[in-house]
Design a protein around this ligand. Sequence first.
Ligand SMILES: C[S@@+](CC[C@H](N)C(=O)[O-])C[C@H]1O[C@@H](n2cnc3c(N)ncnc32)[C@H](O)[C@@H]1O
Length: 341
Amino acid sequence: MTFSVLPIRQLPPDSTNWTALHNFAALRGQLRVSLTPYCNIKCWFCHNEGDTPPDEQRNHAVRPKELCGEHYTQIIAALVQAGMKRIYFTGGEPLTSPIAAEVLTGLTERAPDVFYTLITNGLTVKKKRDMLTQARLDKIKVSLHYFSDATFAQIAKTMLPIGKVLEGIDVARELVPEVGLNTLLQKQNEHEIVPILEYALERGLSVQFIELVDTGFNEEDRFSAVSAAGIISYLRTLTSEERVEIAGTGQGRRVFRIDGVEIDVIERGLGRHHVGQCGTCALKPNCIEGFWALRLDHSGGLQPCILRSDTRLNVLPLLDDMDQLTEAVARHVDAFTEGVL
Ligand SMILES: C[S@@+](CC[C@H](N)C(=O)[O-])C[C@H]1O[C@@H](n2cnc3c(N)ncnc32)[C@H](O)[C@@H]1O
């Protein structure tokens, strides 16, 4: 029997190597799109996807806004065409951005394997109901690190009632096929972790329990971090359905299933994936996340590592040519992966 094979195409020596970007996408790598660094609350731990956290914006400058709504929609469409499949809208609080409506209702690249997820603190979901209906998102993840007014005030430095977040979760459930919760484990909410879990299970909401990611900004309060060991032991009393998922990017996660609901725990002990650039990185001993996301910010930066702003690619000069922009991103990911940035 003979097999026909495609001829090997000779590529010019300077051509873009797309393999690293395609591998990253295939391994569940995320495109995290920050619509704004500003937020309507000020969680003490917030890493703000690499920009100055809301709680520090009085004392430290925030990157200037450079991208308009159309830039965002074009860049997202181009990167989805280039292979990215998991798009997360984040911030700051994405729903406070004046361009949120234009971006979220302007997503053009729709395919069954492309997922658009909004990450929000939930506070304005009810107010934005009509816009979010039009946006046709696949998932809304609401941060729920608190379950009482007192804990909400302590963690997020706000006088708003927790009821407003819970109301946002209820509305989100009417709008999208899937709603999940993010809960960062910390001393301030240790007493509310089980009530949050019970609340989620009663409503069939998935939860991701997260350990603190340290950044220079939140290091003063590092003592507030709580290990995932306690919630893992507790989940084992509720179910024997447990597996470990190590995707090939970022951190491993322990996944429990309780009555069909997935409860994930991002656990430091499961390790994280590093690439070539991490090999000689002085911050590697403290790195918790590994390489798992490309973060696009409102200043036109695309950053593969939250701890290393020197790895940010400036896409502003390429906004007029999306082919060149995606090639530049592919080359950047290739170089970061190889360790030759
Ligand atoms: C930066 S927030 C922005 C989106 C939105 N404002 C919210 O509250 O969900 C995105 C996600 O990052 C998580 N996050 C922020 N700082 C973190 C840290 N230091 N360690 C781990 N996760 C963190 C938040 O809990 C949230 O789920």
